[in-house]
Every structure is written in structure tokens, then in C-alpha cells.
Design a protein around this ligand. Structure first.
Ligand code: SF4
Length: 214
């Protein structure tokens, strides 16, 4: 099977298996809340972040409130998500810059988003895809690992993986590729014990035989 046909088959199977509607699992009501939740989710589970954000959004309901936050009180509220010193500092700096430079509105372009404290391409692409519906590929640990297993990239640097995927995936699959692969990585192509026998992609996965031999 040629690469293009293989990619089409992978996409068809993922859609059949996980559906086309794959909302982000971080609870939010607007762009600012998703940005805060995504910054907090670095090295932390979405479930843990979702436990912290209701109280956080109640105390700091918008960009302005966060820009004025007392850092010690903020650190205390987000303590359980880890790296709370850096995350608290970034949230306040980020809010101040959005207020000063972007009129209080979370920006849309990758350049503006990545100019914010604590925001790299991954976080920027979460916002672009889920808030502004701009085709964008979020490369996290699951996307990196599984895209490589499926033979769609040889790279390990997230930015290079992103560019490789942009070349082979049709744009209308960019946003859901991340959410589908997170679900796939948690349930079937699990890092330490991939379930190749039950995998809906086993007929198009070049890594299957490597896993079978382990
Ligand atoms: S066949 Fe195995 S290695 Fe390939 S995608 Fe499926 S679970 Fe992962």
C-alpha cells in the first residue's frame, strides 16, 4: 500500500474507532480559561487540572483579575498541579501581556500566542485549533510516539514532527489527530505494552511486527 493510501486508511480507522467529534478534555468556557488550563496541564493530568480550575476561575474570573493576582495566593491555589512557582509566574505575566498588548483578548496567531509567557507551540496550537478552529496539530508525547510508530515521521523534536505531519495529513484532520491519538495511546497503542493484537491499525502499522517480536 502506498503511503498516501495508508494515511487515508489510518484516518478512516481512527474516525470509525474514536469518532470525529473529539472535544478537548480540559474544562473551559472561553479562550482565556482554555489557555490557563493548558498552561497548568504541563506535566500534569487533565483530570487534576479540572479539579483545580473551578475555584481558580471563580477567584480570578478574567484576564484582568489574573493580571492583578497575588502570586503567593495563586501558587497556593495551583499547588497540586506541580511546577506551581513557574506556572503562577507565567499566568500573571501572560495575563499582563494580553491586557497590555492584545486588548485583553487571547491572540490568534502562532507568533502572538508563542510570545506569551509559558506558551510554546503545543499550547498555542491547542488554542488555535479548539478556540479559533484554525487547522493546527498539537504534538504531545502520544502524538510524537505513535506518529513515529505509524511511519509518519522519523523526528523526535516536536516542531519537526509537527511539520512532517502537516505534509502528510489532510488539513481537516489536523485538529482531531491529537485528541484521537491521545485516546488511542491510552487505550490501545499504550507506550509500554501496545495492544497490537486488538489494534484497528495493525494492518497499516509498520511497527506491528517489531512489537510482536518483543
Ligand atoms: S499495531 Fe501496535 S504499534 Fe502499531 S499502532 Fe497498533 S498498537 Fe501501536
Amino acid at each position: 500500500m502506498r503511503k498516501k493510501e495508508r494515511v487515508q486508511e489510518i484516518l478512516k480507522c481512527l474516525d470509525e474507532y474514536f469518532g470525529k467529534e473529539n472535544p478537548v478534555t480540559l474544562d473551559h468556557r472561553n479562550a482565556w480559561e482554555l489557555l490557563v488550563a493548558t498552561i497548568l496541564s504541563a506535566q500534569c493530568t487533565d483530570a487534576r487540572v479540572n479539579m483545580v480550575t473551578p475555584e481558580l476561575f471563580f477567584k480570578y474570573p478574567d484576564v484582568h483579575a489574573m493580571a492583578e493576582a497575588d502570586i503567593v495566593e495563586l501558587e497556593d491555589m495551583i499547588h497540586s498541579v506541580g511546577f506551581y512557582h513557574a506556572k503562577a509566574k507565567n499566568l500573571i505575566l501572560c495575563a499582563k501581556r494580553i491586557e497590555d498588548e492584545f486588548g485583553g483578548k487571547v491572540p490568534r496567531s502562532i507568533e502572538d500566542l508563542t510570545s506569551l509567557a509559558g506558551v510554546g507551540r503545543k499550547t498555542a496550537n491547542v488554542i488555535r485549533g479548539n478556540i479559533y478552529h484554525e487547522p493546527s496539530i498539537v504534538v504531545d508525547t502520544h502524538v510524537k510516539r505513535i506518529s513515529k510508530k505509524l511511519g509518519l515521521t522519523k523526528e523526535t523534536e516536536p516542531e519537526k514532527v509537527e511539520y512532517d505531519l502537516m505534509k502528510v495529513l489532510p488539513k481537516d484532520h489536523w485538529i482531531r489527530w491529537n485528541i484521537q491519538l491521545i485516546n488511542f495511546g491510552r487505550t490501545i497503542c499504550i507506550a509500554r505494552r501496545p495492544q497490537c493484537q486488538n489494534c484497528p491499525l495493525s494492518h497499516v502499522c509498520p511497527s506491528r511486527h517489531l512489537e510482536d517480536e518483543k
